[in-house]
Ligand binder design. Structure first.
Ligand SMILES: Nc1ncnc2c1ncn2[C@@H]1O[C@H](COP(=O)(O)OP(=O)(O)OP(=O)(O)O)[C@@H](O)[C@H]1O
Length: 306
């Protein structure tokens, strides 16, 4: 896959003096889904806003489809659709007029057949004549996507598409995004949810304090950082673990032994481990597993890469 977006040494310092991005370089491939993960204030929205031409960079260079985003703004912008974080819509307007109007803003000729295709794909066709104020939260979010797609962009930016939405709606959004990918749209989304990145992304980029800490294929990242911890609670305290269980860590009260493992490995070693407890005559009261959270991944990365 060739690079659809090339970002070189991008930086942004706001007039307030806040350095929101520094030295970010990245190629985004045509047709991929790239998830950008990062804590609040990491610089994700600034990054997207620069690529979409809403914020002027302080330094560096970005091309979109070969067009420089500053010198060749219109050509670059025509390739991009943006679904913003905030829902800001004209509540008394109808769905179809909202989408027609967005297309017109890009100077594109009317094309109701194209808009029908988008609205059908987003399950909004039946609601085309409804006023936006009559729609559910999930439908409003889909209208934002329809607006962003109205001019036929090849790249779609989604800024926290599922922040604060319920599980069903999140899954519904994932389906929509997958459908767009299958049509060849390049998708860049920001998220706080590791699960969302895991579910959707081909590649994951991690941003912290304005720096791109890494970009990896999702499967590599989950393999490397997606650890789980199994905690085995014992009926009676023990003073030391027998050699067969030396890969575990014993708590100071001798009542809990924990085992860190790769949840994505073919063999996790758990069955063998539990059998070893039985063979050693150590009685187990309970077991619990805990998945490393995005926060753990960050802490580890920030510690290792800073
Ligand atoms: N218009 C602005 N003027 C001054 N500072 C800004 C502006 N926009 C963002 N910032 C600052 O730049 C830094 C990066 O913010 P940004 O919104 O890009 O982060 P983010 O990763 O998108 O965060 P969130 O997950 O909370 O949306 C923050 O310190 C923020 O306060």
């Amino acid at each position: 896959m060739s690079a659809m977006i090339e970002v070189r040494d991008l930086s942004k310092t706001y007039a307030s003096g806040t350095s929101a991005l520094s030295g970010v370089s990245l190629d985004i491939r045509e047709g991929e889904i790239l998830a950008l993960l990062g804590p609040n204030g990491a610089g994700k929205t600034t990054f997207i806003s620069i690529l979409c031409g809403l914020v002027t960079p302080s330094g560096g260079k970005v091309t979109v489809g070969g067009h420089d985003i500053l010198r060749d703004y219109r050509a670059a912008r025509a390739l991009i659709g943006l679904v913003p974080q905030e829902i800001a819509l004209e509540y008394f307007e109808t769905v179809i007029n909202t989408v027609r109007f967005s297309r017109g803003l890009y100077g594109k000729p009317a094309d109701d057949a194209y808009l029908e295709r988008i609205l059908r794909a987003l399950a909004l066709w039946d609601k085309r004549d409804a006023k936006l104020k009559e729609l559910s939260g999930g439908m409003k979010r889909r209208v934002l996507i329809a607006k962003a797609l109205s001019h036929g962009p090849r790249i779609l930016f989604l800024d926290e598409p599922t922040a604060g939405v319920d599980v069903n709606l999140r899954r519904e959004m994932w389906e929509v995004v997958r459908g767009l990918k299958s049509e060849g749209v390049t998708i860049i989304l920001t998220t706080h949810y590791l699960e969302e990145a895991e579910e959707m992304a081909d590649r994951v980029g991690i941003i912290d304090k304005g720096r791109l800490l890494l970009v990896r294929d999702k499967s590599d990242l989950m393999h490397e950082f997606g650890r789980k911890v199994l905690t085995v609670e014992l009926t009676e305290p023990i003073t030391a673990l027998p050699p067969a269980l030396s890969s575990l860590e014993l708590s100071s009260d001798g009542l809990r032994a924990s085992y860190r493992y790769d949840a994505h490995a073919d063999r996790t070693g758990i069955a063998r481990l539990l059998a070893s407890f039985a063979a050693e005559g150590i009685s187990v009261r309970d077991v619990a597993t805990e998945q490393s959270s995005l926060e753990d991944v960050f802490l580890r990365l920030v510690r290792d890469l800073a």
